[in-house]
Design a protein around this ligand. Structure first.
Ligand code: CUA
Length: 145
């Protein structure tokens, strides 16, 4: 009788332990779900808000960019908002992945830019926009972090 009681109580304990293990697993799964569902979108939203504050507006017009000198920090992403004031222009930063081939008047275009290394980068117009097209350029000065 005693042995039978011991076996029953051992089985009950094992079942209880199994239940606890499932409970812990579910708790961990809920924690992960909470992080994915709450922290993920919140950080994307916060990054978007931060990027919206980190916008450099550049006006293009025959035959210059205003401003023609931009400042940034190495490794920190920022946004360039390009606006053409007259005809179709282009924009490209040499050495970086930042290019717009058709900057249409009346429409603004955003470029997200990251300069990995400090230094001076040249940006220029890449679409023929008239007589002095080739003189249309500016400088992006990237400071170390
Ligand atoms: Cu502006 Cu070419």
């Amino acid at each position: 009788m005693r042995t039978l009681m011991k076996v029953v109580s051992m089985r009950a304990r094992q079942r209880l332990l199994r239940l606890r293990a499932i409970g812990t697993g579910e708790f961990v799964a809920l924690g992960i779900a909470a992080v994915v569902l709450v922290v993920g979108p919140a950080s994307v939203f916060a990054y978007g808000r931060w990027m919206d504050r980190n916008v450099l507006v550049v006006h293009a017009q025959q035959w210059q960019y205003a401003p023609n000198v931009l400042h940034a920090t190495a490794g920190v992403p920022f946004r360039i908002r390009l606006v053409s004031e007259d005809v179709v222009h282009g924009f490209r930063i040499i050495g970086l992945d930042a290019q717009v081939t058709e900057l249409i008047p009346g429409k603004s275009m955003d470029l997200t830019v990251v300069a990995p290394k400090p230094g001076t980068y040249v940006y220029m117009c890449t679409t023929y926009c008239g007589l002095k097209h080739a003189r249309m350029f500016g400088r992006l000065i990237v400071a170390p972090r």
